[in-house]
Ligand binder design. Structure first.
Ligand SMILES: Nc1nc2c(ncn2[C@@H]2O[C@H](COP(=O)(O)OP(=O)(O)OP(=O)(O)O)[C@@H](O)[C@H]2O)c(=O)[nH]1
Ligand SMILES: [Mg+2]
Length: 269
């Protein structure tokens, strides 16, 4: 198809409108046609995750890193995953506004993604969007996401390097030197644990964190059952090593392979 080829060429060339269109397709479609085509050109970008609690300074850091990398003549893709949590409520916006000056740079492509309370789907979509940016020739892909609960995107699973930004108001992280074998400094560790516990209890953070963990637990139990079954099917797949080698060498793509395994397992979509 001529128009598809032209579209693909534009993406690979790094054309911003083409990248934007590709991401929109990938975000909204469960059809992998485009990703299958782009996969061959991916694998060159380096993925960096910036995670941490709300307001810790993630966007500011992403901005600063991007500016520094721009000076090194790098092309940068930025994915800002809007933080939403079942307890803290809606998305915290404004990142786009702060990043406007960067967005105008021809070597930067910024995309915000709304998680809309979705659970498992977000990590997958983030990977897909990153794949588009990767194929489009970005040297670095910076992914900002909130990192408090386990329900949210597990960024370390997506990124090559993950930085955790910590600046929690009301509590400063102590660094305590201890020698566990002689017991030196251990009393201080216990004192600080008790202090931290009092702080969490007073601020209500202990209760909200525990509720969030209970929410995650339900989610995990459901996922565990489904995942264990699918994992077994994947690991007992005949010729798996060869399949992985073929994907690594871009002779096959993971989308077709996953579809085939699902189809053969009776998981027809
Ligand atoms: N003093 C100081 N302020 C900072 C630093 N980094 C960020 N800030 C400020 O902290 C506030 C929050 O920064 P953001 O970068 O928006 O934090 P964030 O983690 O992206 O926030 P969310 O995406 O809303 O979770 C802003 O007012 C920043 O100017 C820092 O290193 N030092
Ligand atoms: Mg932010």
């Amino acid at each position: 198809m001529k128009s598809l080829n032209k579209f693909l060429k534009d993406i690979l060339k790094g054309s911003k409108p083409a990248i934007a269109r590709a991401i929109t397709i990938v975000e909204n479609d469960s059809d992998y046609t485009l990703l299958k085509k782009l996969f061959r050109s991916s694998g060159k970008a380096y993925y960096v995750g910036i995670t941490g609690p709300p307001g810790a300074g993630k966007s500011t850091l992403v901005n600063a890193i991007a500016k520094l990398l721009l000076k090194k003549k790098k092309r940068i893709g930025i994915i800002a995953v809007d933080p939403t949590s079942p307890f803290s409520g809606g998305a915290l916006l404004g990142d786009r506004v702060r990043m406007t000056d960067l967005a105008l740079n021809k070597n930067v492509f910024i995309r915000s993604m709304a998680s809309r309370g979705s659970l498992g789907g977000l990590a997958q979509k983030t990977k897909d969007v990153a794949l588009v940016l990767d194929a489009a020739g970005m040297d670095y892909i910076l992914i900002e996401t909130i990192g408090v609960g386990q329900v949210e995107l597990d960024i370390a699973q997506v990124c090559d390097t993950t930085a955790v930004v910590g600046a929690v108001p009301g509590w400063s992280y102590p660094i305590i030197k201890t020698i566990a074998t002689t017991g030196d400094g251990v009393d201080q560790v216990v004192v600080r644990i008790e202090e931290h516990r009092r702080y969490l209890t007073r601020s209500g953070k202990l209760e909200s964190a525990r509720k969030e963990r209970l929410f995650s637990r339900i989610n995990e139990l459901i996922e565990e059952r489904i995942r264990a079954d699918l994992h077994k099917r994947l690991t007992t797949q005949p010729g798996l090593k060869k399949i992985i080698d073929d994907i690594y060498n871009r002779r096959r793509n993971p989308f077709d392979v996953a579809e085939k395994i699902l189809r053969n397992s009776g998981f027809v979509f």
